[in-house]
Design a protein around this ligand. Sequence first.
Ligand code: RFL
Ligand code: PHB
Length: 401
Amino acid sequence: MKVDVAIVGGGPAGLLLARLLSRAGVETVVLERRSRDYVLSRIRAGVLEWGSAETLRQAGVGDRMDREGYVHDGAYLAAANTAFRVDFMKACGRSVMVYGQTEVTRDLYDALDRSGAVSIVHEAEDVRPQDIETEKPFVTYRKDGVDHRIDCQFVAGCDGFHGVCRQTIPQDVRKEYERVYPFGWLGVLSRTEPVSDELIYANHERGFALASMRNANLSRYYIQVPVNQKVESWSDDAFWDELRRRLPADSAEALETGPSVEKSIAPLRSFVSEPMRHGRLFLAGDASHIVPPTGAKGLNLAISDVRYLAEGLIQVIKDKDEHGIDIYSARALDRVWRAIHFSWWMTSMMHRFPDQTPFDQQVQEVELKRIRDSEAAQTLMAETYTGLPYDRGLQHLDTQV
Ligand code: RFL
Ligand code: PHB
């Protein structure tokens, strides 16, 4: 088999890239290690930046999001069981879209199925990008015991943090930055009415809590837990009791509880691997960087990487112009590092650290008061949370490269 671009990984990054490229007449194939049901059973992100929502619309997969998603003009921050609202719309003129990653993925599968232009190979085993430093890279994999080879012009590594593509880049070329946090998030999905019409991020002496949602009868809640705790040690009742302790008092009282339909623990990590290109291999999304979910940035970075990468690949394949792929890594990393900083800042401000002293708690609470009382601080937070504009990196880089 021969295609223009072989895409490894069928999560949101890989599927969106396939969609954008195929609409421009670029031939692709997607190789995904898991079954489609498995991919669609993963409960992850819930918040789309305004620019991510716009990118999905431009890719022709925004209709259901616009019908069923929820536009949020603000969010609540809380400390010591008392909340205040940050009005994103007032602070920076933008809002976010609350629409689950699972639904984004489903919409991408449906659009790709309907167009019939991209084959998606599920349960592809032992996927290996090869000869990426040459003009003729290829990808091998095994499916149902049979070996296959795909020849291509470029390989896109969209295979998440545990994928193979990043490892294909020689170690002496890669520069990795990492911070591992000493806690995780225990997440629960429940068929209950969300406790608040907007998200609540709560700092509490017992640890962070987040109230989010998927729709009018589907809530998503998280609490900070020690990193080595097992999900089995948390009964639903224990989860609800702990969440209630950490939420603002009026929300705790109003909280509707019910059986969990999904419960899992995710570790928190900040990670960047540079560069995002080596030879004819390009990394996008979690394959190249991870952020703690506190800033709601992971899926959004996957989408912005893919936007830049699709532009570059279309330019080189259709017009033989290499400019876009040449600046891809620097252009994407400029945005990545801003999101890394924001997510680290939100995480540091909202969580309880194991060695935290009463002094540190006071400093966190005063930082939250500063946001509450300062329009300038709210603007800074709102413009990053709702999404930095896409071209900022490009304008600044175009003059330098
Ligand atoms: P994915 O989604 O991990 O997809 C990678 C795909 O590659 C496949 N794969 C392979 N395929 C072939 N061969 C191999 N060797 C392979 N190895 C792996 C995998 O099976 C998978 O299907 O990465 P992608 O596409 O880059 O997307 C990134 C997002 O999934 C991630 O950043 C977000 O979910 C992060 N995140 C959030 N992001 C936001 O923007 N807003 C949020 O509100 C938000 N909340 C969250 C989150 C992540 C969370 N968890 C569980 C880590 C909340 C949580 C709890
Ligand atoms: C979610 O709804 O899953 C969610 C929302 C906001 C975050 C992280 C996760 O910051």
